[in-house]
Design a protein around this ligand. Structure first.
Ligand code: SAH
Length: 260
């Protein structure tokens, strides 16, 4: 009997219907799959039914990793490692489809690592990831809404994001306290050619005071420069959440032009 470890965010999916719904969000026949945090292998089994070409899994828990090797034998390749330290981009020549029921305390860190880690030639075709609902809503938020912020802008920079469905705590064992959501990501072929550090810097300054007018952060960055303001066509009496993502990419570009 495997006891769930809280420290590793172990909430195992037990609802067969939900598991199949997750796997069926995309055709994986003959595709190369990477699963993060396979746990007891419930999702892994459903993945294998769809006849993928190859399945890699990364599981940090030693006991679970050993169990997975015994259960699935040569049907999967198990890495007993920490995803935060793993170099997944060089796993395969094939583009990967990634499934992950991630531990919620590291889910945004992993997503950020993956967003920052690719340029034109992305190593994955899709990411199909579970988040706590509240975080999923922030990732997926549009401008002019209260959930919109740094995470939405960073995600929208390089990824197309689609919310698939919510998942009830009862679908897991042990039950988490919160609702979850499944997000489906596809890398964009074209995105603004800006430095991620600068984008993070700009959004940090702008979203430092969510309820204050844009005037303050604008002046802090551009020293009141009117020419740039005319070019960007921003109304400085608005709030940070009123600017769409593209405007933030343009602001970052202007900031970079000033540095060079
Ligand atoms: N996908 C499984 C289990 C989800 S629970 C299911 O749906 O049934 C999260 C899983 O991630 C656990 O198995 C946990 O051991 C693993 N995990 C936690 N931190 C990890 C890390 N840093 N790298 C890889 N796996 C991790």
């Amino acid at each position: 009997m495997i006891r769930a470890k809280k420290s590793l965010g172990q909430n195992f999916l037990i609802d067969k219907k939900i598991i199949n719904k997750i796997v069926n969000t995309v055709n994986i026949q003959n595709k190369t799959i990477l699963e993060i945090g396979p746990g007891t292998g419930n999702l892994t089994s459903s993945i294998l039914v769809q006849k993928p070409k190859k399945v890699f899994v990364i599981e940090k828990d030693n006991a679970l990793a050993n169990q997975l090797r015994l259960t699935f034998k040569d049907k999967i390749t198990v890495f007993n490692e920490d995803i935060l330290k793993f170099n997944e981009a060089s796993l395969s020549k094939d583009k990967l489809i990634v499934f992950g029921n991630l531990p919620y305390n590291i889910s945004t860190e992993i997503l950020t690592k993956w967003i920052l880690g690719f340029d034109e030639n992305c190593w994955f075709d899709h990411l199909i990831l579970m988040f706590q609902k509240e975080v999923a809503d922030r990732i997926n938020a549009k401008f002019n809404t209260s959930n919109y912020g740094r995470l939405s802008i960073l995600s929208d920079w390089k990824l197309k994001v689609k919310k698939k469905f919510d998942i009830d705590p009862a679908s897991f064992s042990p039950r988490p306290k919160i609702e979850s959501s499944l997000l489906f990501f596809t890398p964009k072929k074209d995105f603004y050619n800006i430095n991620s550090k600068n984008l993070e810097f700009i959004t940090r300054i702008f979203f430092n005071h969510r309820r204050k007018m844009l005037k303050k952060p604008y002046n802090q960055i551009f020293n009141g420069n009117k020419i740039i303001l005319d070019k960007l066509k921003i109304d400085l009496t608005l709030r940070p959440q009123n600017l769409d993502t593209e405007t933030y990419f343009k602001i970052t570009k202007e900031y970079e032009n000033l540095q060079s």
